[in-house]
Design a protein around this ligand. Sequence first.
Ligand SMILES: Nc1ncnc2c1ncn2[C@@H]1O[C@H](COP(=O)(O)OP(=O)(O)O)[C@@H](O)[C@H]1O
Ligand SMILES: [Mg+2]
Length: 313
Amino acid sequence: MNIIELENVEKEYADRKAVGGISLSIKQGEVFGILGPNGAGKTTTLLMLSAQLQPTNGVVWFNQMELTKNMKKVKSSVGVVPQEIALYSEMNGFDNLYFFGSLYGMKRKELKKRVTSLLKITGLSDRAREPLSQYSGGMKRRINIAAALLHNPKVVLMDEPTVGIDPQSRIKIYKLIDLLKREGKTVIYTTHYMEEATSLCDRVAIIDHGKLLMLDSVSNLVDSVAAGIIEFQLRAHEQLEQALLEISHLPFVKEVENSGLKISIVVTMDIQEAIGTLMNKLQTKKILIENLVIMPPNLETVFLRLTGKALRE
Ligand SMILES: Nc1ncnc2c1ncn2[C@@H]1O[C@H](COP(=O)(O)OP(=O)(O)O)[C@@H](O)[C@H]1O
Ligand SMILES: [Mg+2]
């Protein structure tokens, strides 16, 4: 069953279109990733999914209800982890969560239990009595996530939850996402980290310039775009023209590009075989290279092919 559907959703700001007509469906219980370079429209999309921002055009359906007409219901079913930390730094972890929980009108006893349990699953029980100002960035992020889960929402949205935090906190967040999935919750989040998207997401949407470029499971995306990338640098300028010509004649080469002496090749066959044939060819023509980099087909190369940009640019 689909829990959320976007139908031709657009968001225009005064002078630009941040999201330019996206249609997609998110299934109940899946971990759904939104990948895109900076400025692609990820945050804007997430804000519209969670009823925090009204689309300029198009409709968002939540559980078959029109989102804009059922804001109250939707907000009670959705937990949002914003990109920025939205908590009180002079208050301790427990009190922060307790305070935000009381805003939802939760009863004292129930709230206390909930806060204690969330502190435990985010791995913060032993630091609960310290003010947030003494927390690391990763710990603050985990408290922020706990705050979004207080009212036990069915859908959890996270905007780049693992950016700029320590590896230990990152692993804890992965585990938490796993736990949420096992509880049957739908998790939607944006990320720049492809290892994360590959290992956690049931499906990913790749967006750029406010448009949906592709949506599928990572393995289907990799299969359908199926391209590895080989990059290297030529030693001598005089060999550039000849090298480009020789390379472009190889049957498995889909694209060749160069920037100065750096050559980038997109290949469609098994990358190890391609490397072998390519190296042979260059050797017989006495073309000298250095700094060879091989990228097998994965989400990163799919992303590069679709957007022309590296994920972590
Ligand atoms: N409040 C706003 N006013 C004007 N432009 C905005 C606003 N918020 C975002 N934008 C623009 O919309 C585009 C998409 O932004 P955003 O959704 O934040 O992208 P992402 O999260 O993928 O980095 C960007 O060009 C950004 O500058
Ligand atoms: Mg953003």
